[in-house]
Design a protein around this ligand. Structure first.
Ligand code: C2E
Ligand code: CA
Ligand code: CA
Ligand code: CA
Length: 270
């Protein structure tokens, strides 16, 4: 059928387990076993929710809730990330369309997904199907996503941005050329990786770096968010450096849609 059929008698246990997982993941996607949880992106000054990041989970019949770190890499290697990512996008837009208009929704985008020719069209289709305004959607891109096929990727991002979608640079500071990408693409938000926050108490360098990135963002007109804020001390420290938003267990871990509905209703009332 045009594909190779390789007989692999010595295929090791690891590869076999991976293949099994790949098949299960395919079934999970079509069988409704994936679900989205949402984590608040919070204004550092007012502590009010400004947006939510959609984070996918796999509800496995035997293994319980599986985190994306376990299966996103497999989805990326097998190409399953394209339909999986499209499912995430549609679900997230539908959820956000039910929420108050002041809440934005952030969705992670993988390299293969962005490179896929129909990506911009699938984003527009998800917006149209849900009725969500483009300006309420933020796409989170890591630097590694931009490493391959840079020109094509930048063009796709420009197209989406012209249509009103916002683009965030995720895990800022974990790659080798984060800063050079800021020159190449007008990101709307920088998400400073949580490794800098984790080291805040222990290293003077981390707070200096956060301060410098916040300053860079300010002069470029880019919002800065600090990821992984777990303690009040960290919150105070990142606020002192001038960051605008935070995300982390201190305010809320990722939660189910029902839990988020309650949080948003409370904020609307208050
Ligand atoms: P990410 O995009 O950097 O997402 C943030 C991760 O940090 C989430 O892990 C979140 O639960 C975790 N986190 C948030 N606050 C804290 C904190 O205060 N402390 C600590 N220790 N961790 C915190 P999660 O949900 O396991 O997701 C892991 C990664 O999987 C994400 O990292 C993202 O790269 C990927 N991912 C998740 N959902 C999707 C998706 O729909 N599509 C794609 N392509 N990737 C996804
Ligand atoms: Ca993210
Ligand atoms: Ca991140
Ligand atoms: Ca990350």
């Amino acid at each position: 059928r045009g594909t190779h059929c390789v007989f692999e008698p010595q295929m090791d246990e690891h590869a076999r387990a991976r293949r099994a997982l790949e098949h299960e993941l395919r079934d999970a996607l079509t069988g409704g076993a994936l679900e989205l949880h949402y984590q608040p992106l919070v204004d550092l000054g007012t502590r009010r929710i400004k947006g939510l990041e959609a984070l996918v989970r796999w509800r496995h019949p035997e293994r319980g809730l599986i985190s994306p770190g376990m299966f996103i890499p497999i989805a990326e290697e097998t190409g399953l990330i394209v339909p999986l990512g499209e499912w995430v996008l549609r679900q997230a837009c539908e959820a956000a369309a039910r929420w108050p208009a002041w809440v934005s929704i952030a969705v992670n985008v993988s390299a293969l997904q962005l490179r896929y020719r129909g990506f911009a069209a699938s984003v527009l289709a998800a917006l149209a199907a849900s009725g969500l305004a483009a300006a309420r959607l933020e796409l989170e891109i890591t630097e590694s996503v931009l490493l391959e096929d840079t020109e094509v990727n930048l063009e796709t991002l420009h197209t989406l941005r012209r249509l009103g979608v916002r683009i965030s640079m995720d895990d800022f500071g974990t790659g080798y050329s984060s800063i050079s990408y800021l020159r190449r693409f007008p990101f709307d938000k920088i998400k400073i990786d949580r490794s800098f926050v984790r080291d805040l108490g222990a290293s003077a360098e981390s707070s200096a770096i956060i301060r410098a990135v916040v300053g860079l963002g300010a002069s470029l007109g880019i919002t800065t968010l600090v990821e992984g804020v777990e303690t009040e001390a960290q919150l105070e420290a990142v606020r002192a450096e001038g960051a605008q938003e935070m995300q982390g267990f201190l305010f809320s871990p990722p939660r189910t849609m029902a839990e988020i509905d309650v949080l948003l209703a409370a904020q609307e009332a208050g």
